[in-house]
Design a protein. Sequence first.
Length: 350
Amino acid sequence: MPLELTVEQRDLESSLRSSLARTAAGDNVWSSLLEMGLTEVPFPENYGGAGFTLKDTAVVMAELGRSLGAGPYFSSVILAGFTLLHAGSNAAKTQHLPTIADGSVTAALVTGYPFASTSITASGGDDNTIVLDGAQEAVVAGADADLLVVVAEGPSGPELAVIGGDAAGVVRTVRESLDFTRPLARIEFTGASAQRVGGNDLVAGLDKAQAIAITALAAEQVGAARACLEMSVDYAKTRKQFGRAIGSFQSIKHRLTDMLVAIELAEAAVLDAADADSRSSGELFVAAATARVLASRAATFAAEESVQIHGGIGFTWEHPLHRYFRRAKTSELLFGNTAVHLEAVASAVI
């Protein structure tokens, strides 16, 4: 695919950037996304969506990363929504995706990594229901979601279920997170009756949803890294030492250049991985994992270098850099760390 954005995608990027610049609190960000119809972007029109591409979704995620936009877009639309879209039954998609797409219902995905690996067990029930037991840590935005999309281990393999966040047998506990703009929760099920919603090829669907999720997360990481670079360039132009702007010093130039190279490489990998529809499952997996590795490295490197370039002010609570550092370190560990994805790529290509 072309490793660049179309005119329409540039327009989307510009309008979303302007909107996010005017909002600060999480509720305002979510409201802005709803007003712009961006929660509908990833889903087919027959499920209440706009029928856009994964590349369009990557544009949205990059801008959310750039602004550290809070709210349930990643948890509800990307994680839960794409899992239902690719691994859910037709009936489940018809029932749940329109409300996720219009934002009237927020959802969270309860699973481990890989998506088909989970500590939740499924038993009993019938063709339409299933009983859930067990607990899962680090569920993104799980404490406030209206709907929980759950991957569970059944007697014959993975099961997919949905259950209300406040249903009987569900206990949700907020966990303290390094990144306070992305809340995490522990979800525990004790004999909780849920709706069975798995599609015919559940494992393949979970694998595709997983690849799309880590691609979207990588796009967000690239956006955050680019914001760090922009802040550092602006600071280097105005901060003076020894009568000169610090950006004129070779050591600062090298740091900024290294940041740019890492970001450009990661962005190219994300755009390549976003070409989901034309990929075989194996190719998509390798492309997504590669993008994730490069984006994690770029985001962490950019945040760390930016703190150093800013000097003392970069360590203060009042400056936004610490929030980018928190997001970079937290995102690096979500759904498999860099070492996990490197090993996966190596196993696939060697």
